[in-house]
Design a protein around this ligand. Structure first.
Ligand code: NAP
Length: 288
């Protein structure tokens, strides 16, 4: 059995390989990457590194050669139309290479989402279905790290966490837990033709996050919820680029409307209890 992981030089892909190394011998793991040099650490631990670019069908086909399973990690490109084309290329390559199972990192509850990125993930799931290859849809939550990161140090300093999330809650999950779930689904039996919405069973609000920051720092931090435009201006003022500030405000708005409130047991069934908010805050602020 051999498992190919695409996007293996990325944050999620690298974590998946670390979890796979605890479950199967290194010589059963293949990293498909567009930058071979960036994967030198993987090669050192015995993982085979192959060149594959989502823009190039032949290279993807070669990188899947002889593989029984592929973990296809979605492209990070910001152009969603281009992403659909890249993803169709990867899916076609998997079909032509005769892969026996495709696991794909999609987006939780994509069919109900109001975020444009969900369309890419739905399109990709349908593309995979056209091949008839047994699939495992690992529909990832938004990453906890998008919201809980060293930048929270600024909120502690100012005593204010400013968003337009209102009272909305977040079922976010950290990359390491999602990577563990992917490695489990790839190495256990019984995950063919399954769709998992990998969300946190205990969603938290930004009011709760402010409380955790207060407890952690010993300083009083409050969550102040403001309008979409005020959030965007605030984020630009603290140094985010215009497009990232806009994307953050769009995501916060979706959170306020319930986009990230639903829970499932899918993640727990694969990995047990995921990392609690308190622990994620501790990890983010200690990494500062
Ligand atoms: P990441 O660190 O940016 O990793 C993306 C990986 O995709 C990298 O290995 C990158 O290669 C590779 N890649 C980019 N373009 C490629 C191409 N044309 N051909 C082959 N490989 C290509 O992202 P991540 O944190 O691991 O997350 C994985 C994916 O989840 C992202 O790509 C994105 O689709 C999605 N995402 C999810 C969330 C969320 O909150 N759930 C947030 C952000 C992104 P290089 O190392 O050479 O650049």
């Amino acid at each position: 059995m051999s498992i190919v992981v695409t996007g293996a030089t990325g944050l999620l892909g690298n974590l998946v390989i670390q979890h796979l190394l605890k479950k199967v011998p290194a010589n059963q793991i293949i990293a498909s990457v567009r930058n071979i040099e960036k994967a030198s650490e993987l090669e050192k631990v015995g993982v085979e590194v192959r060149y594959g670019d989502y823009m190039d069908l032949e290279s993807m086909k070669k990188s899947f050669d002889g593989a029984s399973k592929v973990l296809f990690i979605s492209s990070p490109d910001v152009d969603d139309t281009l992403r659909v084309r890249q993803h169709a290329t990867v899916v076609q390559a998997a079909r032509d290479a005769g892969v026996k199972q495709i696991a794909y990192t999609g987006y939780a509850f994509a069919e109900e989402s109001k975020l444009p990125l969900a369309l890419v993930h739905m399109a990709t799931e349908y593309a995979i279905r056209t091949t008839g290859i047994p699939y495992t849809f690992l529909r990832n939550a938004l990453y906890t790290e998008v919201f809980v990161n060293p930048a929270l140090g600024g909120a502690i300093e100012s005593g204010e966490l400013i968003t337009n999330t209102g009272t909305g809650v977040l079922n976010a999950v950290n990359r390491n837990d999602l990577a563990f779930a992917a490695a489990t689904a790839l190495t256990e039996e019984g995950h063919e033709n399954k769709t998992y919405n990998l969300v946190h069973p205990e969603p938290w609000s930004f009011d709760e996050l402010a409380q955790v920051l207060s407890d952690f720092s010993g300083k009083h931090v409050v969550h102040r919820t403001v309008s979409y435009d005020e959030t965007k201006d605030y984020l630009v003022n603290i140094g985010l680029s215009e497009p990232i500030a806009e994307l953050s405000a769009v995501i916060y708005h979706a959170v306020s409307e319930g986009e990230t409130s639903k829970t499932t047991n899918d993640l727990q069934n694969l990995i047990g209890t995921p990392t609690p908010l308190k622990e994620s805050v501790k990890q983010a602020l200690q990494a500062e």
